[in-house]
Design a protein around this ligand. Sequence first.
Ligand SMILES: [Zn+2]
Length: 311
Amino acid sequence: MLMVMRTRITSQPVAAGRSCIRPLGWLLLLFAAFHSLPAADKDILSGLSPGLPEVRQLRQEIAANLKSTARGNGLAVPLRIWRYTVGAERNFFVIMARLSQDADTLVSLNQLQNPNALVKGQTLYVPNARGLFRPLIESTVQLGQKSNALGVVRRTDGIHFHFLPGIRMPLAEMRYFRGEGFQRPLQSGAGRISSSFGYRQDPLQHQRTFHGGLDLAAPTGTAVYATRAGTVVRAEANRHGYGNLIVLKHEYGYTSWYGHLQSWQVRIGQKVQAGQLIGRVGSTGKSTGPHLHFEIRKAGVRQNPAGLVHQ
Ligand SMILES: [Zn+2]
């Protein structure tokens, strides 16, 4: 069982009361914390076959909870989060269908960026109810729903989520997962990918470094467009690193970054539309030739733009 009500944790030190028994209180807290951890061999799906007892049980519980939440009641079966180790199939939609789950639930609980992001050996968390999971840090913003959160749940890796049973993901947010969130920063046909997202041999430092964006080589002065509607949060000249840089802020915690620009056409605080001209390709900052360094970040973490941008 992964369900941890927040009050259960926080009530322990308070109950300790007098200072002489405080260590006991902490011990109880520690015990409570460990006690809530699921047993290693429990809650694991050994496969996707509907013949497996745990898969059958999971599907039955999802159906029961779906019926119950659709009627406006709480969960019929207490929340339980199973773990599935992604196999060679790595197909998000196959796994989703076999386990009778939906994209909203799996995407939000696993914080998936796109359907092709699954890798073999990855742990996929599969709850026995459908709904929206919000990481605790984000839970206060952009929920867009009434606070009918059932409670706080904890994944086995320690990340806490608010669970909103029966709530669907806003369509605009689901678009990011489908790769419809952003458009190309250069006109179609313009620019050639000179460096992709991931580890590479650094052209300047001659060592393996992580490249957190997409490099599009294009002639100096090539128009750069906003990849999605947003607000300009940075428009600045750097002599190092990114060079002349624009950063746009979008909804659901996303930002897009445009580096090494020759010039920019926007100012901080300005609202821009998708496809609006914001700057021009250059070679400012740490750059070996005219190109656009394009990044997408979610909650500050750099994502692979290839899976998020449609052509
Ligand atoms: Zn780059």
